[in-house]
Design a protein around this ligand. Structure first.
Ligand code: ADP
Ligand code: ADP
Length: 218
């Protein structure tokens, strides 16, 4: 589903954020992307979402080289992606239900259909009983689970989560990971980055990045 072929990224001429990175991720896989801060994890995820482009090499998604994608084709690529970035914020002027309904309304769903599906997505992350709450009344971990519900409500094939457990205590972090794994278990491919080695799932595949390079075989 995803293939990196000798991908390098330089934001400036003297340093590589990623250097000659090659790996594949199959449909339905759960992959952790590990490495210290500055290793290149965000850069790698942004390339899959066509937020950043490689300086050299190829990024193939379902066989399409997105390093050459036309700007007009980016929205349809992103429709198949659930993006959970750490800095993403919920809209604080409306309920969590309204936050999760928003992507569906933008995509043209009726209010009734959006509400039904948003409630189902909130149920999947264990927050259906908080649907009418305001985001700021929730804990950090709960807010992150709302972000997951918002990211998956359009049924993407692929979820990219950049440090979704940063700044959470262990119990909250585990609930966030469990929510992501629940979607993986129904076939959604998931790539989850973390700088915290303790968050890595012993059973899952781990890709280790350090100074922009893969460590060991990936
Ligand atoms: P991580 O997510 O593992 O912390 P990043 O992908 O954010 O790593 O960063 C990798 C390297 O690229 C770091 O040295 C960082 O400073 C640099 N970098 C990231 N984004 C930019 C940018 N927009 N402009 C310049 N340098 C950047
Ligand atoms: P519904 O069919 O009413 O949407 P489901 O229980 O099948 O209810 O799913 C609830 C929500 O979970 C969906 O609206 C969707 O957001 C998410 N979801 C379920 N299955 C998938 C899947 N395979 N891929 C992505 N998202 C999914």
């Amino acid at each position: 589903m995803i293939e990196f072929r000798n991908v390098s990224k330089q934001y400036s001429t003297d340093t590589y954020a990623l250097h000659d990175v090659s790996f594949t991720v199959a449909k339905g896989e759960l992959v952790f992307l590990a490495g210290p801060s500055g290793a290149g994890k965000s850069t790698l995820l942004k390339m899959i979402a066509a937020i950043e482009r490689p300086s050299s090499g190829q990024v193939l998604i379902n066989g399409t080289d997105i390093s050459r994608i036309r700007p007009a084709a980016i929205p349809s690529l992103r429709r198949n992606l659930g993006l959970i970035f750490q800095q993403q914020r919920l809209l604080t002027d409306r309920s969590i239900l309204a936050n999760v309904m928003l992507p569906l309304l933008v995509a043209g769903a009726s209010h009734k259909e959006a509400e039904t599906r948003a409630r189902a997505a909130l149920e999947k992350v264990g927050l259906d009983e908080r649907a009418d709450a305001q985001p700021l009344s929730l804990s950090g971990g709960e807010q992150q689970r709302v972000s997951i519900a918002r990211a998956i409500v359009n049924r993407p094939q692929l979820i990219l989560a950049d440090e979704p457990t940063a700044n959470l205590d262990r119990a909250s972090a585990n609930r966030v990971l469990d929510a992501l794994k629940a979607f993986n278990s129904v076939g959604v491919t998931c790539i989850i980055s973390s700088h915290d080695e303790q968050m890595l799932d012993a059973a899952a595949r781990v890709i280790h990045l350090n100074h922009g390079q893969l460590e060991g075989a990936a």
